[in-house]
Design a protein around this ligand. Structure first.
Ligand code: NAD
Length: 320
């Protein structure tokens, strides 16, 4: 079995490669050639979450599982709150192929999903990016969004305003002006809004968001988390990575529970990629991508890391 350590991932998987890998696996899911297994997610107490996301991609010849979770005390220890590892198996024999560090991969595959949604669903004339959230993932999200639309400025809001400096730094790195604003202003001026928080209650309200906006709601990946008001989902055309996850652990869980939407209102983004769904219907439509994070995304980017590590001869081999 091969080991691809966390420290190697940055040199092995570029954001562009992650984008291609995630788009390919969403496409395979839509064609019925790849599917995710049910998610296991457990609360460990004191805000810690741990779980397993797994799946099989027949088209790409990939089988695997990501084990990991969210440990809110980690920031104080100087390590990311998200900790994860991906294990890849040979889908024919079940033999373990590789253990791949999953922390950076998680950020890359999550940002890739959000960028795919922006590329496929946001208005082509989108110029203002609104960021709700300023934690570890937010920087990756902003960089990935800037790759798919020529944004001219970034507006940011965070529940903890002292964290907004991080967004300003990333915007500066991208050469974009940044302004910390109220949610009223963010919603009134942004063409694309990315939400990436661990909020337990809605911050962004229906009334904040103007027609024509695309939202990538990326933070809600567990029962009980919530970033936007359910009425906004009722007004928007809804897309997701996987409908079952959107309904159970995604942002859609709340609008479904309130009876404001039905599962049939939610379209897998893979259907837009294959061309089975036309995507945005007009310049005034609100599109909302509920990015819950599926196991196949993790497997796809881990397979990418493994292939590159093998090509460069940097994977360590251990007997198992
Ligand atoms: P982080 O701990 O680094 O940052 C947390 C963010 O949430 C900060 O912006 C913080 O201000 C905000 N926040 C915390 N408590 C809040 C509250 N009570 N109300 C409003 N906002 C609050 O976390 P991160 O690594 O940036 O992850 C952010 C979220 O994204 C988490 O919920 C995480 O589980 C989720 N996530 C989703 C995916 C996916 O595929 N969809 C992948 C990775 C992470």
């Amino acid at each position: 079995m091969l080991i691809v350590p966390e420290e190697r991932i940055a040199e092995l998987v570029s954001p562009e490669a992650a984008y291609q890998a995630v788009e390919a696996v969403f496409d395979a899911m839509a064609r019925g050639e790849a599917y995710n297994f049910p998610v296991v997610r457990e609360a460990l107490g004191e805000g810690r979450q741990y779980g397993f996301k797994s799946g099989l991609d027949r088209a790409g010849g990939m089988l695997g599982v990501k084990a990991g979770g969210y440990f809110p005390g980690n920031a104080d220890r100087g390590i990311p709150n998200h900790q994860s590892t991906v294990m890849l198996f040979d889908p024919e024999s079940g033999r373990p192929l590789a253990l791949v560090g999953g922390n950076l991969l998680t950020a890359l595959r999550t940002a890739a999903a959000s960028a795919i949604s922006i590329d496929r669903l946001a208005r082509s004339d989108s110029r203002v990016l609104g960021m709700v959230g300023a934690g570890h993932q937010a920087a990756f999200q902003m960089r990935a969004a800037a790759r798919v639309r020529p944004f001219e400025r970034v507006l940011g809001w965070n529940y903890h305003p002292e964290m907004l400096g991080r967004l300003a730094e990333v915007a500066a790195e991208l050469g974009l002006p940044f302004e910390a604003v109220t949610l009223d202003r963010l919603g009134a001026e942004a063409d694309v809004i990315v939400t990436i928080t661990s909020s337990p209650a809605a911050s962004l309200r229906d009334a904040h968001v103007r027609p024509g906006t695309h939202l990538a709601c990326m933070g809600t990946d567990t029962k009980g988390k919530q970033e936007v008001e359910p009425a906004l989902l009722a007004r928007a055309r809804l897309f997701t990575d996987e409908v079952a996850q959107a309904a159970s652990i995604g942002e859609c869980q709340h609008a479904l529970a309130a009876g404001l939407i039905a599962e049939g209102d939610i379209t897998p983004i893979g259907d837009v990629i294959t061309g089975a769904h036309p995507g945005r219907a007009g310049a005034d439509e609100i599109t909302l991508f509920d990015g819950t994070g599926v196991g196949l995304q993790d497997i796809a980017v881990a397979a990418c890391a493994l292939a590159e590590a093998l090509a460069r001869g940097v994977a360590a081999e251990v007997a198992i």
